[in-house]
Design a protein around this ligand. Structure first.
Ligand SMILES: [Zn+2]
Length: 408
């Protein structure tokens, strides 16, 4: 069977949700319902699939909405990419592989966008998940996000990055990973005029604001994949390096021929090269998720008794099918997302009449508003996190250090 490819999701608006239970339309009501959802005994309709599963535990499935409070754009929100940048069209994997000019454009924009992502930090929602892990409530996290905020905020909860991560590059020939920071330094030295421009953009404060309209007014647009668009920029002059490993020792290709890896005097990849192309370690549009990752995500769903969906409209098929799998296993599904979710009625059929969150929750609010309050509520009802309760989000220096560790 052919593996499903990452597709550009449906970009139109989704219908507004039905709130479940009805009093989950306030933060207090949503917190009460989610508290019941997470602490209720396992659903009697849950099918136990294997020995390693913990039916009392919850698996989280997150998306771009959870990183909005960190200053990153989502897709469908008020300031989301699809609303602010109607012409947004990410690069396809086959284009990236085939086209040197397309890669120049991609890396030029990504070079500028990386600073913004690199500076951004996890927010209170990510740290609330850490607390839920310490309480023994959350067993694992599956995220569609490529910002690595989950693993920074809660390194002790197993986290699967379904669509990869931007913290590293991967060689399409030898599959070696290269830290993004190293790569960023190479891009700066290969493109001094761009590096100077970046310094000016940073000095202008265009990347400091979380408001895409303000960024746009200063000539910069930022997309959720860390991509920055500068209208009229001379992308064709941009240079990018080769995979250092393939450059040092050009491999023999699958058909037995010697590959070519050529660079200019400073190290910029020449278009004559047939190997050693680096790509971001994310699943690009038109690329498929590896079977290893796909199976690990399914195991994470099967290993828990409940699914909590956070900050995603489930518009990508890879995420939606995991939620469907959970529902088919009889797992109660909770969704906390600002705005509609693809086909969400299917997750909330045949609910017990008087249920107050034990069987399902649907709240239409930001994760950073609700999850910290949820943690407080659970503490009041006796759950312990066994750790310092101060909000680590107030200590940016600590977080930066952790981020650097993840990058190294
Ligand atoms: Zn390589």
């Amino acid at each position: 069977m052919q593996k499903p490819l990452m597709r550009i999701p449906y970009t139109g608006p989704l219908p507004p949700p039905n709130i479940i239970p009805r009093n989950a339309n306030t933060i207090t009501g949503a917190v009460a319902a989610l508290s019941r959802f997470l602490t209720a005994p396992p659903s009697p309709s849950l099918s136990l699939s294997h020995g390693g599963s913990d039916p009392q535990s919850t698996v989280i499935l997150s998306g771009a909405g959870i990183s909005v409070a960190s200053g990153l754009a989502d897709y469908r929100g008020t300031n989301g990419t699809y609303r602010q940048n109607k012409t947004y069209r990410p690069i396809y994997y086959h284009e990236f592989l085939a086209n040197h000019e397309a890669r120049k454009r991609y890396w030029a924009r990504s070079f500028l966008g990386w600073t913004n992502l690199h500076k951004a930090k996890p927010n209170s929602a990510h740290y609330a998940i850490k607390n839920l892990g310490d309480m023994g409530i959350v067993r694992s996290v599956i995220t569609q996000n490529v910002d690595s905020f989950h693993s920074i905020a809660h390194p002790d909860i197993p986290t699967l990055e379904l669509h990869g991560y931007l913290r590293a590059l991967r060689c399409v020939t030898c599959h070696n990973d290269l830290p993004r920071e190293t790569f960023q330094e190479s891009l700066a030295s290969l493109n001094p005029a761009w590096a100077e421009f970046l310094t000016e953009v940073i000095a202008s404060g265009a990347l400091d604001t979380e408001n895409p309209a303000e960024r746009s007014a200063r000539g910069v647009k930022t997309n959720p994949d860390g991509d920055v668009d500068i209208p009229g920029a001379p992308y064709s002059t941009f240079r990018y390096p080769a995979c250092p490993r393939c450059l040092a020792n050009p491999p023999i290709s699958g058909d037995g021929t010697q590959t070519i890896v050529e660079v200019d005097a400073e190290g910029g990849l020449e278009p004559t090269s047939t190997a050693g192309i680096l790509k971001p370690a994310v699943v690009m549009f038109g690329e498929s998720i590896t079977n290893t990752v796909k199976e690990a995500a399914e195991q994470a769903i099967d290993g828990s008794g409940k699914l909590l969906v956070l900050g995603t409209s489930l518009a990508t098929y890879s995420a939606w099918r995991l939620a469907r799998r959970a529902k088919e296993r009889g797992m109660p599904v909770g969704i906390l997302n600002l705005g509609g979710v693809r086909g969400e009625e299917a997750f909330f059929q045949d609910l017990p009449m008087a249920q107050q969150g034990e069987a399902a929750v649907r709240a239409d609010m930001g994760t950073d508003k609700v999850l910290p309050e949820l943690v407080n509520q659970l503490r009041r009802s006796g759950f312990s996190t066994n750790v310092d309760v101060s909000d680590p989000a107030d200590e940016p220096h600590t977080n930066n250090t952790i981020f650097k560790d993840v990058l190294s």
